[in-house]
Design a protein around this ligand. Structure first.
Ligand code: FE2
Ligand code: FE2
Length: 208
């Protein structure tokens, strides 16, 4: 691990190159130190982005933030793991930017931090949720059938049927978002899957 003093020294500096082809190793040590510091706050930025869902109901009886918190609360009260609950909380975070593929936005944010099965559950939830309404809109409610036999098929059905499709109830008492913050911080503190991790699991640029 780079010592705090070393990192602090690097954080007081900026790289000087105007083109990457001109950069030195010191330049990249500086950039990597800044990136480590910035990445440490990713959970706060994710939560800030989640809060953008507040106030937009999209025609539902609750707004998108309440739907997210209600989904997470239902999962929490069913004794699901912290990682599962965080996936439940963030599964629709892509609604603001991904009007045509919100599930992919959530999956991209969670990909470095969660198991393959939880990632698949988030990525595929929009298709599995379609079982509950696609037939009302001229779409195929059985679109999920193409994934029959996948290891996370039943997990994703459970998520959609038990927690996601039930979380539009304005009379339900959800936990406040603040109660989920420690779990979000814990999940986002430990990236496992990233091209920027070295073979020993350290962020690239971290001295050992
Ligand atoms: Fe969704
Ligand atoms: Fe949802």
């Amino acid at each position: 691990m780079e010592s705090v003093t070393d990192d602090q020294e690097l954080l007081n500096q900026s790289a000087t190159f105007g083109a990457m082809t001109e950069a030195s190793s010191l330049d990249w040590k500086i950039v990597a130190a800044h990136n480590r510091a910035f990445a440490a706050d990713v959970a706060e930025r994710v939560l800030d982005h989640l809060r953008l869902l507040e106030g937009d109901c999209g025609g539902f009886a609750v707004d998108r933030l309440e739907h997210s918190v209600q989904t997470a609360t239902r999962a929490y009260r069913a004794n699901k793991s912290d990682e599962y609950v965080v996936c439940a909380l963030l599964h629709d975070i892509g609604d603001t930017l991904g009007s045509y593929n919100h599930q992919d936005v959530a999956a991209a944010i969670l990909k470095p931090f969660v198991s393959d099965d939880h990632l698949w559950m988030v990525e595929k939830h929009a298709i599995f949720q379609g079982y509950n309404f696609f037939h009302h809109l001229g779409l195929d409610r059985d679109m999920r059938d193409q994934f029959r036999g996948h290891r996370a098929y039943d997990l994703t059905i459970e998520f959609c049927q038990e927690f996601d499709q039930t979380a539009f109830d304005p009379s339900y008492t959800s936990m406040p978002l603040s109660e989920f913050v420690p779990a979000v911080e814990a999940v986002f503190a430990d990236p496992k899957n990233s091209i920027y991790l070295t073979d020993d699991g350290q962020m690239a640029g971290t001295n050992s």
